[in-house]
Design a protein around this ligand. Structure first.
Ligand code: ATP
Ligand code: MG
Length: 574
């Protein structure tokens, strides 16, 4: 491809609306343009990177025995009503009516449509298992679309669905998908971890998220330093609490004035205690109903654990006004004694002695509170987030918290959809059985953004070779010079002949601009043909990642690049 003919509108300025690196660089490098909130056009290079991810995904899904199909984006409400999700899905589902007043929605995911297809087409265990996938634009009316391709309203997803006759078969399929996903992200050249994920109300240990490790990730992962344990914070269990057996003398309750001290640190400083001796009372709305959760001062509530414990669809932290409306107490002074709403306690709180908490009265706290002497709760459970002070729930080793970006999610669904949609097949004894399903998603467009979050420097993107829109860029530094141009052109032709993906910068621009743009768009290999070629017959090859350069005669440079690309691509497939 010739740069002079390419729609590649790079920007010198950093776009102000972009908060994260991948968003900034995707805009600056001319890969995407925003149409409206959360909705982007993929320009040629942006699309090229997306196609690279898609190709790897296809190859590995096919290799694992899955088949590609393509389902409609517009889906009838009736199917969603059958599964019960028309009510449950919430405002992320974009609903509309057509000219015949038929209710429809734009597909955010396709469990209903695929289950409907399979219940119509597959009737016998002989035709199972079957694993079907598509790569398609999804629409989710996200409450806060942000970070460019990271959280769009419209985005490209690979979604796959498997149907098995038995639990055992479904577990085998799950394992196959786990392996396929591991290969996919390895082949993308990304540093990633598969972590145990929350399975919501379905339960079981068959859900993994594939996380690209990057400091800017929205998710936090707990990874064991000693064993293979890795889990999303939403799921990471705190090791069951062991009482020390030490007897502490329970002191009488004491009310103390804490004027204007609302925050944990302020109260602790004022009273001369550690946050480990204080209990925070957090009010949540679980499907609209208030519930208070007690956690130690230095701990945080994990809302997903709370949601699962309550069996709620959504839990949300109440804001100050809501807290006041519900309890009549200004936030900061809440405590468990005499609180008029259901109270749950984290397991750690249940073992604390003589702790401090709000007195449910402005400017006052209570000290020497003890459970169950002074108050009741409806449940004691693991409701908090793990910290680096906790130990691994699997081996007891040390935990490390790190940030990640969720690029894939695999999930054993069981028969929840096949039951709801009455999707059955005949087993070996002619009995009707529900299909055992699994679903498997990859955020294709998000993977490109995540690759950039993980691989960039001050000058721009540093694409992993397998995702780069081009493998090599040739800079013709002086298109008007015949000798230089013919060398650059012959290199261009020969590299293409060798099957390399090449971009040649043949623009009539200053060398400085060409160097800057080449760095910005992140092409892994650069060949510069300039003055040095005219003088010494050498061109410079340079690796974008480590800046390593070599000056070589044309033919040697050509051989070196081809060899290096073939070698590196082969390594990602091992
Ligand atoms: P998240 O927690 O980030 O909202 P999710 O759990 O809703 O993700 P899934 O329903 O499992 O996501 O979708 C499969 C994959 O699609 C995710 O792993 C992610 O990579 C991608 N994805 C989900 N929502 C978006 C979005 N708004 N923009 C881009 N990619 C997305
Ligand atoms: Mg989501």
């Amino acid at each position: 491809m010739r740069y002079s003919e390419l729609l590649l509108p790079t920007l010198k300025e950093t776009p102000t609306e972009a908060e994260v690196v991948s968003h900034r660089l995707l805009l600056r490098a001319g890969f995407i343009r925003k149409l409206t909130s959360g909705i982007y056009t993929y320009l040629p290079l942006g699309l090229a990177a997306i196609r690279k991810v898609e190709q790897i995904v296809r190859e590995e899904m096919n290799r694992a025995g899955a088949q590609e199909l393509l389902m409609p984006m517009v889906q009838p409400a009736d199917l969603w009503k059958e599964s019960g999700r028309w009510e449950k899905y919430g405002p992320e589902l974009l609903r509309f009516t057509d000219r015949h007043e038929r209710e429809s929605c734009l597909g955010p995911t396709h469990e209903e449509v695929i289950t409907d297809l399979v219940r119509r087409e597959i009737h016998s265990y002989r035709n199972l298992p079957v694993n079907l996938y598509q790569i398609q634009t999804k629409f989710r009316d996200e409450i806060r679309p942000r970070f460019g391709l990271m959280r769009g309203r419209e985005f490209i997803m690979k979604d796959g669905y498997s149907f098995d006759a038995t639990e055992k078969g479904a577990e085998l399929t799950y394992q196959k998908m786990y392996n396929a996903y591991s290969r996919i992200f390895m082949r993308c050249g990304l540093s990633f971890r598969a972590v145990e994920a929350d399975t919501g109300t379905i339960g079981g240990s068959f859900s993994h998220e594939f996380m690209v490790l990057a400091d800017t990730g929205e998710d936090t992962l707990a990874i064991c330093k000693d064993c293979a344990y890795a889990a999303n914070m939403e799921k990471a269990a705190v090791k069951p609490f062991e009482k020390t057996g030490e007897e502490t003398e329970l002191l009488p309750l004491k009310k103390v004035e804490t004027p204007g001290k609302k925050k944990v640190e302020k109260v602790c400083d004022f009273l001369g205690i550690s946050p480990k001796q204080l209990v925070k009372t957090m009010v949540y709305l679980a499907d609209g109903d208030p519930v208070a959760v007690l956690v130690r001062g230095d701990h945080e509530v994990q809302p997903v654990k709370l949601k699962n414990m309550l069996g709620a669809i959504e839990v949300e932290l109440a804001d100050e006004k809501q807290v006041f409306d519900i309890t009549g107490v200004p936030s900061g002074y809440l405590g468990p004694i005499g609180l008029d709403i259901p109270v749950a306690a984290d397991q750690v709180v249940s073992a604390m002695a003589n702790f401090t908490a709000g007195a449910n009265e402005k400017n006052f706290h209570l000290q020497n509170i003890n459970f169950p002497r002074d108050f009741q709760v409806f449940q004691v459970a693991d409701l908090r987030q793990v910290t680096e002070e906790d130990s691994c729930p699997s081996c007891g080793g040390g935990l490390e918290l790190t940030k990640g970006i969720e690029v894939g999610h695999i999930f054993k669904l069981g028969d929840s959809y096949s039951k709801a949609l009455n999707a059955t097949f005949q087993d070996g004894s002619s009995e009707e059985q529900n299909f055992i399903m699994g679903c498997y998603g990859i955020g294709v467009s998000r993977t490109v953004a995540a690759a950039i979050e993980q691989n960039h420097d001050d000058n721009g993107i540093i694409f992993p070779l397998p995702l780069a829109p081009f493998q090599v860029i040739i800079l013709n530094l002086d298109p008007k010079n015949k000798e230089i141009s013919s060398a650059a052109e012959s290199l261009y032709a020969q590299l293409q002949h060798e099957g390399m993906e090449v971009l040649i910068d043949d623009r009539d621009e200053r060398p400085g601009i060409k160097f800057k743009d080449a760095d910005l768009i992140g092409i892994p290999n650069r060949v510069t043909v300039g003055k040095r070629f005219a003088q010494e017959g050498e061109v410079e090859i340079r690796k974008r990642r480590d800046g390593q350069t070599q000056s070589l005669p044309l033919d040697k440079a050509m051989a070196e690049i081809v060899e290096s690309i073939r070698h590196e691509m082969a390594a990602t497939k091992e």
